[in-house]
Ligand binder design. Structure first.
Ligand code: S3P
Length: 261
């Protein structure tokens, strides 16, 4: 028993030292963020993360711990990214745009890049109603859906440092936009009708396009809604021909530029 106590004391001492070093590391991370921010440099750098990981593993005396050190460093870099995001984006990043403009997939990519949690208004509505958006439209009508949407938007607008992907029609209601703007920056993901047409081809989950599927319907809706998206947006990002990750990085860069200005 005495021996066990002795080992535990050793562990306590190592942990104390680790925490002290970790605090120092975080302080340096803060210095790096403000340097990068002031010099307009990209904040999140995958290559550098890999380099840090390699160096850490390389400095191990006993290679038997390779897997554990890799796990520890991956977690440390994840939490460092989260820490940087909290500091850089103390607000919600709200994605709006026409159906099929990529809000959900860009939301997920941003969430991975920034280690921020992501909320999707349509998914929250479906979870609460217990049926799909399409079924809500079919059984209760669009008016009821918009009411549920308003409720969800009011609730999720209160948080911060969260990515919010909104259903395409959220911008039609001023109250939604007012709420989302309280603690959020609104990004309009713009896409041309051809891109939207290609993305939605064969997708039967969109009730608004159920009966009149085609480029004409898309164009008509797009024209009607464009002024709403433009009015709501702090930033506009063009998505045509771009990969999801590329769009996510562009949003981060634009938001940081905006901060400097
Ligand atoms: C809608 C878009 C849908 C969903 C609902 C209504 C709209 O979301 O909220 O079908 O009015 O544009 P997505 O834009 O994510 O498809």
């Amino acid at each position: 028993m005495e021996e066990l106590e002795k080992y535990r004391k050793e562990i306590d001492q190592y942990d104390k030292e680790l925490v002290e070093i970790f605090e120092k590391r975080m302080e340096t991370v803060l210095k790096i963020i403000s340097y990068k921010k002031n010099h307009g440099l990209p904040i999140f750098n995958q290559n550098r993360e890999e380099e840090v990981l390699e160096k850490a593993v390389g400095s191990l005396h006993n290679k038997n711990y390779k897997e554990e050190v890799e796990g520890l460093y991956k977690e440390m870099m994840r939490s460092s990214r989260k820490f940087q995001s909290k500091y850089l984006f103390p607000y919600n990043i709200v994605l709006v745009g026409f159906l099929g403009s990529g809000k959900s997939s860009v939301g997920k990519a941003l969430s991975q890049l920034l280690e921020m949690s992501v909320l999707d208004s349509d998914i929250l509505i479906e979870n609460r109603a217990g049926i799909s958006v399409r079924q809500i439209f079919e059984e209760y009508g669009e008016k009821h859906f918009r009411q549920l949407e308003r409720e969800i938007i009011t609730e999720i607008s209160h948080g911060k440092n969260t990515i919010i992907s909104c259903g395409g029609g959220v911008v039609l209601n001023d109250e939604n936009i007012e709420n989302l703007k309280k603690q959020g920056r609104i990004i309009f993901l713009q896409a041309e009708k051809e891109t939207i047409y290609d993305r939605l081809l064969g997708d039967e989950s969109r009730p608004l396009l159920q009966n009149n599927w085609g480029e004409d319907t898309i164009e008509k809706l797009l024209m009607e809604r464009l002024p709403y998206y433009e009015k709501a947006a702090h930033l506009i990002v063009h998505t045509d021909g771009k990969a999801t990750d590329e769009i996510a990085k562009e949003i981060v860069a634009k938001l940081l530029d905006e901060e400097i200005a």
